[in-house]
Ligand binder design. Sequence first.
Ligand SMILES: Cc1cc2nc3c(=O)[nH]c(=O)nc-3n(C[C@H](O)[C@H](O)[C@H](O)COP(=O)(O)OP(=O)(O)OC[C@H]3O[C@@H](n4cnc5c(N)ncnc54)[C@H](O)[C@@H]3O)c2cc1C
Length: 397
Amino acid sequence: MHRREFLRQAGVTATVASAAALSACAGQPLRSLAALPNAPRPARLRADAIELAPVRAQVERITGVYVCTRPFRAAGPRIETERLGEKTLVHNYGHGGSGWSLSWGSSTLALRMVQATGVRELGVIGCGALGLTSALLAQRAGLAVRIYAKALPPDVYSMRATGLWTPDSRICDAAHAPALAARWEEMARISFGSYQSLLGLPGQPVEWIDGYGLSEQPFGHPGPPVADEPEYGEFRQVRFTPHAVELPPGSHPFPQPYVRRYTTLMFNITAYARLLMSDFLAGGGRIEVREFQHPSELLALPERTLVNATGYGARALFGDDSVIPVRGQTARLIPQPEVNYGISTEHFSMVPRRDGLLVQAYGDSGNFNNSDITPDRAVSEAAVRQLADLYARMRVG
Ligand SMILES: Cc1cc2nc3c(=O)[nH]c(=O)nc-3n(C[C@H](O)[C@H](O)[C@H](O)COP(=O)(O)OP(=O)(O)OC[C@H]3O[C@@H](n4cnc5c(N)ncnc54)[C@H](O)[C@@H]3O)c2cc1C
């Protein structure tokens, strides 16, 4: 997830310190209110103030630190048909930080291309967010589908995502946004509609959550982009989630002077991916664990039409250097079912996933074009300490 995008979605976009300064203050306590001359004075908590279950933010409650790369393409995802010998290859990869959010829409576009070939059997290369949705949609359309992938959930990059509705996070660069706008809107609308049919299910694969955007500066100004990343495309013309609501002092327990409540979709990725896998298998889908080193190996597959949903893997398999890895890291804390809200500040976020509270530092540089997936535990521990500091400063009465 892109910090600026998340802050924007959370309604926290504000003029903040430079990305370099943000990164430099990782691990430092948040600034106190006394340091802000124009900040509203903290009010006494009202009797009807929002009450929130506290996160037990302790580094020893970190159950894992996870890194993966977003498959970013400056021009946006590649969804198009290519001939490969006797085969038709439908590409469906390169969704940056929006792969889960746009998956149903993007895979719907890919399915239309598959159906145009008239085949009844389909091979899907890849078993992440895009491969699974491509396979399920094709299956629902009556095709016999086989997934080929070198790794399956939980060992695919998609499983390491944050799990929020972020349909325009690192989806293209600013220069390509106008050309992508119509297609993006179609994908986002289809996906958003699909997610509504995944609500209220056992295990809560998808749910709506509230979150609180916390800022030490007034809202309304976009924060700076991360220093070494391009200006990303933004698609503001369509709103899917309710507008964020600014909360007056005294109505919430947070120490920050500016607080907004936002409402968004959250994907509980462990339960959600398991549901997608079991639906696919229950529908007669077949899965073959297999790695391809070169496109010529695809020619030997029995299916005449193939969907290429290899994500970042497309760079090596198809020699597509337009796929840029953008590294991202999250840490999971032991789940707390009573914590049902998210938090985002200029420095970090906490997402209340059912399989673990996800903590992510914001503003760090060095991630663009970085395929190193070695976890940096110190960064995650610093973010958890910042979260602990926030709770230490929250008012309870
Ligand atoms: C830190 C972080 C947070 C994120 N948060 C969000 C979020 O909140 N919301 C959101 O919508 N998106 C988010 N994303 C983006 C999202 O995770 C990706 O866009 C998405 O996972 C891409 O899915 P995919 O199916 O294309 O790729 P992958 O999940 O990488 O799947 C690729 C599949 O192809 C297979 N494969 C690859 N190469 C080969 C080969 N040579 N032979 C055989 N099989 C192969 C793999 O084994 C795998 O099965 C986040 C990303 C990061 C890094």
